[in-house]
Ligand binder design. Structure first.
Ligand SMILES: [Zn+2]
Ligand SMILES: [Zn+2]
Length: 248
């Protein structure tokens, strides 16, 4: 089984990060401890960023954990993730522009993850132990900020949701399902190219709006592109579940 097929395989029970639970799907102390240090510094290290680029971010569980903890501990100030996903989506634009109907192989090659999830490789998961401070535990497990960000931007990311992740008729595809369809010869590449270019342009505007001289230049649609980028790279399940639970 190739690594790309592995990416689509079902996660073991309990490994998916389920937004609503305090139980088996919830972020572990070890993950919380790691991510607290990660967002404060190691995300900027060259080696770490290269790993994140190779893996298109992280797996679904750790992508959601990363963004939710960043939002919680920085009160919705998602600067680090915006810069990271700008770089990742620039890579996606380049990958899709390399496509031609006669030469499918380069694009499937370019869209694969060529390394494991950084946190999974370090064996962080639902059972990991760690010693985050009480303050980090209380704030880091609070989903209010990521829920607020996700719901406030929902109108902007809704059309980017992958129909195969959502199991409905939507035409958009995440990277993993696009790869799967490219292998079977029925992928809508022109649409994917337009979608990825749009996400990249918007997440770039969002990332730049953290600069003092450009503050306030981003729109809700631009901020939504951070969710779109995370969903496109790693899958939509956590985001759809968070939105569904919050809209009940
Ligand atoms: Zn992972
Ligand atoms: Zn998908």
């Amino acid at each position: 089984m190739s690594r790309d097929t592995d990416e689509l395989a079902r996660l073991p029970a309990g490994h998916a990060l389920l937004p609503d639970t305090g139980g088996v799907g919830a972020i572990s102390d070890g993950e919380l401890h790691f991510l607290w240090h990660f967002i404060q510094g190691s995300i900027m290290e060259h080696e770490v960023r290269e790993s994140l680029l190779r893996a298109w971010g992280m797996c679904q569980r750790h992508t959601f954990a990363f963004l939710s903890i960043d939002a919680a501990l920085r009160r919705g100030y998602l600067h680090g993730p915006a810069i990271l996903y700008q770089a990742i989506m620039e890579r996606a634009v380049a990958a899709l522009n390399a496509y031609s109907p006669l030469h499918r192989r380069p694009i499937t090659h370019a869209l694969r993850a060529t390394g494991p999830c950084y946190m999974c490789a370090l064996r962080y998961g639902p059972e990991s132990s760690g010693y985050p401070s009480r303050d980090v535990v209380e704030r880091g497990r609070n989903l209010d900020e990521i829920r607020r960000f996700t719901l406030e931007t929902e109108a902007g990311w809704h059309s980017d949701v992958c129909g195969r992740c959502a199991q409905d008729e939507r035409r958009a595809r995440c990277r993993r399902h696009l790869l799967d369809e490219l292998r079977h010869g029925d992928a809508a590449v022109t649409e994917a190219r337009a979608q990825v270019a749009s996400i990249c342009a918007r997440v770039t505007r969002y990332a730049r709006a953290f600069r003092w001289e450009l503050r306030g230049t981003d729109t809700p649609l631009d901020r939504a592109a951070l969710i779109s980028a995370a969903g496109w790279c790693s899958g939509w399940n956590s985001w759809l579940r968070l939105a569904a639970e919050s809209n009940r």
